[in-house]
Design a protein around this ligand. Structure first.
Ligand code: PLP
Length: 381
């Protein structure tokens, strides 16, 4: 049987092994150490941030970010609806409640007008959210300026979930560096990976140092173990930080490879009736972490699910676009402003194999399988 073509797999460069070996040779196997410090500094340089704290996952980073801006029991937090559940789960960890905001069609990210309306509505009833979590989806930045302006107008801190957007730009700068706090992920399927890991960045050193404190069990400065706050065990291992340092060196290659995938797909499939690619918004450069498209079944001759199953039968892994969080059973009782755009993108949207290690032959396989779906149906008519 042919080798399966997967959605997004780890892609190591030349240096990761050397950094990991160094950690072994110096016996720095702990969740602190020189690779962790260096990874934080090198990450700051890569994204243009002043301070960073490396943690065990993007989810952990988001949990700390919410805690650091003061989210607690009974609070509301606004969050993009079209995203992975990890964007909103940490709201629930803190006993707070998510309120979801729909996407715009231009970027598939949070609609600034809807956010403005939602803040206005909550201000009127005297219950502003404690934070807004702005997600940058599939390697593309949201329209940050109007969203940040709306947050500032109401004095609500903006937290950026840039887990999927490392390497992207918004008006020349990295998404994740505009809000009070930004978070990134190095999970196995992200554009670079430490197998598992995350980063919290901020311009405010007191935020990243408090994050470090909370992530290491909140130990007060004392010779014995003294605690005046509940802490977490969230720091990144020095071994994994070594992988991260190697991966950062090839980040721009990984972005170029994923953009290349998208260009090849777009050239081959963009003119098929009913196929539309996730647009690249005019305000920046997307990494195309995942290449996504929508299928209009009437025009194409098959719907998203038929295409997904046909490709699965050929060992090609494709996935529907994120199921909006306002449609998820766990968040069924949460408010949502809008929702139709995210629902439509979920209904018709498909993510194609997008790894930076795919060959042109792999891309051809995917393309041929999709083209066949269109033909099979039209020949039946
Ligand atoms: C992957 C991801 C996360 C979580 O990151 P982990 O490192 O897997 O915990 C959060 N938000 C989004 C949008 C993600 O894609």
């Amino acid at each position: 049987m042919a080798k399966p073509i997967l959605l997004s797999t780890p892609h190591m460069g030349d240096r990761e092994h050397q950094f990991v070996t160094e950690a072994f040779e110096t016996n720095w196997i702990a969740p602190i150490g020189p690779h962790v410090d260096a990874f934080e500094q090198e990450f700051c340089l890569a994204v243009g941030s002043s301070h960073a704290t490396a943690v065990s996952s993007g989810t952990a980073a988001l949990h700390l970010a919410l805690k650091l801006v003061g989210v607690g029991v009974g609070d509301e937090v606004f969050c993009s609806s079209l995203t992975f559940s990890a964007s909103a789960n940490p709201i629930a960890y803190l006993g707070a409640k998510p309120v979801f905001i729909d996407s715009d069609r231009l970027s598939w990210n949070m609609d600034p007008h809807l956010l403005q309306a939602a803040l206005e509505q909550r201000a009127k009833v005297g219950k502003l959210p404690k934070a807004v979590i702005l997600v940058h989806l599939y390697g593309q930045s949201a329209d940050i300026d109007p969203i940040l302006a709306a947050c500032q107008q109401y004095g609500v801190p903006m937290i950026e979930d840039a887990a999927e957007a490392l390497g992207a730009t918004y008006k020349g700068r990295s998404p994740g560096t505009f809000g009070t706090v930004g978070i990134f992920s190095f999970n196995g399927n992200k554009i670079i990976t430490t197998s598992g890991g995350g980063m919290l960045v901020s311009e405010d050193a007191s935020i990243t140092s408090k994050a470090k404190f909370l992530a290491t069990q909140a130990r007060d400065p004392a010779p014995h173990y003294q605690h005046s706050e509940i802490g977490y065990n969230y720091r990144l291992s020095n071994v994994l930080a070594g992988i991260g340092r190697g991966q950062l060196l090839v980040l721009s290659d990984r972005v170029a490879a994923r953009r290349h995938n998208c260009e090849v797909y777009e050239k081959a499939l963009g003119n098929l009736p009913g196929i539309e690619f996730m647009p690249e918004a005019p305000w920046g450069s997307a990494t195309r972490w995942l290449t996504c498209l929508t299928i209009d079944p009437a025009a194409f001759g098959a719907d998203r699910e038929q295409v997904r199953l046909a490709l699965a039968a050929e060992q090609i892994e494709v996935r529907p676009v994120w199921k909006p969080l306002h449609m998820q059973p766990i968040f069924a009782d949460c408010d949502c402003f809008g929702g139709e755009v995210a629902e439509d993108l979920f209904d018709r949207g498909l993510c194609l194999p997008s790894g930076s290690n795919l060959s042109d032959e792999d891309l051809d396989c995917v393309i041929n399988a999709i083209v066949k779906c269109a033909r099979v149906r039209s020949s039946n008519k």
